[in-house]
Design a protein around this ligand. Structure first.
Ligand SMILES: Nc1ncnc2c1ncn2[C@@H]1O[C@H](COP(=O)(O)OP(=O)(O)OP(=O)(O)O)[C@@H](O)[C@H]1O
Length: 280
């Protein structure tokens, strides 16, 4: 893994900005925007052009409530990762607007966006993993280092608790290549939560984990949301999604259902029904 790619999550991320978002500041289907940790309106994302063009997102409106654990589900190719990348300010929409907290990120300069991401957001993305030249401890403390500060006493406690809960205590001096995929994933999770960011974006955070560790991660994410952080998690796993307060289902680049907490059985049933509808 190229260290520059990983650092780019926290450092300047060169992207083409949405030049002049023309949409009115009315948020379809969203209540009071003050309670939202992140939101997007009329979000459209296309890749390619001409006959090869793909519409990954089609006029999506989503608000992520503060202190809520939101799961995003949907068939492969439905736009989950694209939505999360744009919400996290790691990619730009073709059209539409996006906010983290009260700050609109579409049109924001690279430097401001970097600072905002660094201070307000945490990331667990499979494609953005650990810096290979740093040991586990340094990887975990990277967001603090890049922000030019040391963790506060409370943050040190939080990190220690997370390291203990996720069984990484005896791995702090190891480099990523000396860890299993699941251990690397756990380090990424500790790093994402270490600064207690307002919003954590997690793409398949339990994907590489055995079921016991996966449950521990989900409990930790739930606990973080109960403490007031917002969690946005893309997952294919109905059991993982059953830990969330809210489940958004995407289909063909649109939000096709927005449900309050569901059991794993209800989620599986919904997924099955929508997959059958798609092939009918
Ligand atoms: N960089 C890209 N260039 C071209 N097409 C892309 C690109 N990124 C995504 N797409 C297309 O956009 C659509 C949505 O992709 P996305 O990765 O968001 O789906 P997903 O729901 O996260 O899928 P999965 O569950 O398989 O990870 C897909 O058709 C995909 O092929």
């Amino acid at each position: 893994m190229d260290a520059n790619v990983i650092l780019s999550m926290y450092e300047d991320h060169p992207t083409a900005r949405c030049p002049d978002p023309a949409a009115e500041n009315t948020v379809g289907g969203m209540e009071n925007t003050e309670g939202l940790a992140a939101r997007v309106i009329d979000l459209t994302k296309s890749f390619g052009s001409g006959s090869g063009a793909v519409t990954a997102l089609d006029a999506v409106n989503v608000g992520i409530r503060r202190g809520e654990f939101t799961a995003i589900m949907g068939p492969s190719g439905s736009g989950k990762s694209t939505l999360m990348h744009i919400m996290a300010g790691l990619d730009d929409p073709t059209q539409g607007r996006a906010w983290i907290g009260d700050t609109e990120i579409t049109g924001l300069g690279d430097r401001e966006l970097t600072l905002l991401r660094r201070r307000k957001a945490g990331f667990v993305f499979q494609s953005f993993n650990l810096v290979p030249t740093l040991d586990v401890k340094a990887n975990i403390l990277l967001p603090f280092d890049l922000d030019g500060r040391r963790p506060t006493a409370a943050e040190q406690h939080l990190v220690q608790d997370l390291v203990y809960d996720l069984g990484l205590g005896d791995r702090l001096t190891h480099r990523p290549h000396q860890l299993s995929g699941g251990q690397q994933q756990r380090v990424a999770i500790v790093r994402a939560l270490a600064t207690a960011p307002d919003v954590v974006f997690a793409d398949e955070p339990t994907g590489n984990l055995d079921s016991r560790t996966g449950r521990e991660v989900l409990r930790i994410l739930r606990r973080a949301s109960e403490g007031g952080q917002s969690i946005v998690m893309v997952t294919h796993d109905p059991i993982a999604a059953s830990y969330a307060d809210r489940v958004l289902f995407l289909g063909d680049g649109r939000v096709v259902a927005d449900k309050p907490r569901q059991s794993a059985e209800q989620i599986s049933e919904h997924m099955l029904r929508s997959e059958m509808a798609a092939v009918a």
